[in-house]
Design a protein around this ligand. Structure first.
Ligand code: SAM
Ligand code: DTB
Ligand code: SF4
Length: 324
């Protein structure tokens, strides 16, 4: 493709559903063309996650092992010390990550926690890493405070369609999520926002979620597409598994709808074959979580990922300049 694909914000549901319905090869071909018109091919952005506060979350997200309402046997942990986080970030950088994402099992950060989080962000930023945090809902003032500390990205997922959302989470609304995304955007922080495939949602729900993301006033700079990690004790344990090709289709549609965004092949890689991951890269994924743990569950170890990238001729992306 010689000319850049248009960045649109007016996708209709019918158009997005039609993409999902296309023959697999046609869809992947278009996604790969869009990908190559907008990104350096054969490069992957690598983020390392750290859970800085684990478990005992008051929210009831049906997929999440950290909700206090699900008995998953997870050991809860208080907010980590700033020194510990700095050491883990330095190790991630030395292993090749360019972005470090700090996650907390909160509905929203409390006043007393903000000081520690701000210190963590300053230290990770000073290591030369891109900083990312996912701390739950934010007020506009909290978003500005995080921006001032040097926060580059904020992760807050829509998770699914507005229609299916109430089957998954009842303790906050879809509008709450959109309000946090707006606060993050207004503060000048780049947005990381995506969702989960494999919660029993329909193809229409997947299409609706991607349509909502693509029709935001600006596309999220990062779009994580997670495959549900089924954790015993969560209500979604035992949900019907996703057809792997449908997972790949979701990545491809995200790529076509949001041509310039980084599309992240996120949770769920530990149980995916190398071949399935290769199809996801072919469909336009150009970002992964890197390091043997996500927040509380497993991720492929560094050796397996290095080997996979080498076998596919993929290389790590340099830290992005924040163009949107
Ligand atoms: N508590 C904060 C929040 O919910 O905004 C931040 C952390 S939360 C764990 C971040 C995201 O991780 C969720 O929005 C969800 O998309 C994803 N996630 C959580 N558990 C998951 C699972 N079992 N499988 C796949 N993705 C999951
Ligand atoms: C995202 O979309 N996926 C990451 C990150 N953003 C915070 C989290 C995945 C969590 C998987 C379950 C766990 O490890 O607890
Ligand atoms: Fe809490 Fe976030 Fe898990 Fe929901 S996804 S239960 S808000 S940690």
């Amino acid at each position: 493709m010689s000319s850049s694909p248009a960045v649109r914000h007016d996708w209709s549901l019918a158009e997005v559903e039609a993409l999902f319905a296309r023959p697999f090869a046609d869809l992947l071909f278009e996604a790969q063309q869009v990908h190559r018109a907008c990104h350096e091919p054969n490069t992957v952005q690598m983020s390392t996650l750290l859970s800085v506060k684990t478990g005992a979350c008051p929210e009831d997200c049906a997929y999440c092992p950290q909700s206090v309402r699900h008995d998953t046997g997870l050991e809860r942990e208080q907010l980590l010390a700033v020194d510990t986080v700095r050491e883990r970030a330095a190790a991630a950088r030395n292993a090749g990550a360019t972005r470090f994402c700090m996650g907390a099992a909160w509905r929203s950060p409390k006043k007393r926690d903000m000081e520690t989080i701000v210190a963590m962000i300053r230290d990770v930023h000073a290591l030369g890493l891109e900083t990312c945090a996912t701390l739950g809902m934010l007020t506009p003032a909290q978003a500005r405070e995080l921006k001032d500390a040097g926060l580059d990205y904020y992760n807050h997922n829509l998770d699914t369609s507005e229609e299916f959302y109430s089957e998954i989470v009842t303790t906050r609304s879809y509008q709450d999520r959109l309000d946090t995304l707006e606060a993050v955007r207004e503060a000048g922080i780049s947005v990381c926002c995506g969702g989960i495939v494999g919660m029993g949602e329909s193809v229409r729900d997947r299409a609706r979620m991607l349509q909502t993301l693509a029709n935001l006033p600006r596309h999220p700079e990062s779009v994580p597409i997670n495959q549900l990690v089924q954790v015993p004790g969560t209500p979604l344990h035992g949900a019907p598994p996703v057809d792997p090709f449908d997972f790949v289709r979701t990545i491809a549609v995200a790529r076509i709808l949001m041509p310039r965004s980084q599309v992240r092949l996120s949770a769920g890689r530990e149980t995916m074959s190398d071949e399935l991951q290769a199809l996801c890269f072919l469909a336009g994924a150009n970002s992964i979580f890197y390091g043997e743990k996500l927040l509380t569950t497993g991720n492929p170890d560094v050796e397996r990922d290095r080997t996979l990238l080498e076998r596919l001729g993929l290389r790590a992306q340099a830290p992005a300049t924040h163009a949107a």
